[in-house]
Design a protein around this ligand. Structure first.
Ligand code: AMP
Length: 115
């Protein structure tokens, strides 16, 4: 059985995903269990377990991910109405995949607090 987690398998092309964007630093693909009409995951190709595992040197990478998220929101036509970006970190944060990922959610009004 593969030792790679599910997102590393997607990065390496071992399993399929509905990919919306790819460059040398990151990958964006549709969440397999969407929680909104638009639910995209944006992940760094660098293996970073969670936000808590970020190195100071990753600042530029995180900025790049946010620019990609902004572009995706525009391309998917949710920018004008508004959207939400979420990073779940660790057990209490509800993180289920041990590879840093940003959820981009939109296409409906999103309630607050998130629960
Ligand atoms: P989190 O709970 O923040 O760790 O989010 C993990 C997300 O990954 C969940 O929203 C899952 O639905 C999603 N997910 C798990 N496996 C896949 C997959 N193979 N392709 C796309 N999304 C996935």
């Amino acid at each position: 059985m593969s030792e790679k987690n599910i997102f590393k398998q997607i990065i390496d092309g071992d399993i399929p995903a509905d990919i919306l964007h790819e460059d040398d630093k990151c990958l964006a693909f549709r969440d397999v269990a969407p929680q909104a009409p638009v639910h995209v995951l944006v992940i760094p190709k660098k293996e970073i377990v969670s936000l808590d595992h970020l190195d100071d040197e990753d600042q530029g990478l995180i900025g790049h991910l946010y620019v990609i998220i902004r572009n995706l929101a525009r391309d998917l036509d949710i920018a004008e109405a508004g959207y939400r970006v979420i990073v779940n970190c660790g057990n209490n944060g509800g993180q289920s995949v041990a590879h840093l990922h940003f959820h981009l959610l939109g296409g409906r009004p999103l309630v607050w607090p998130p629960g």
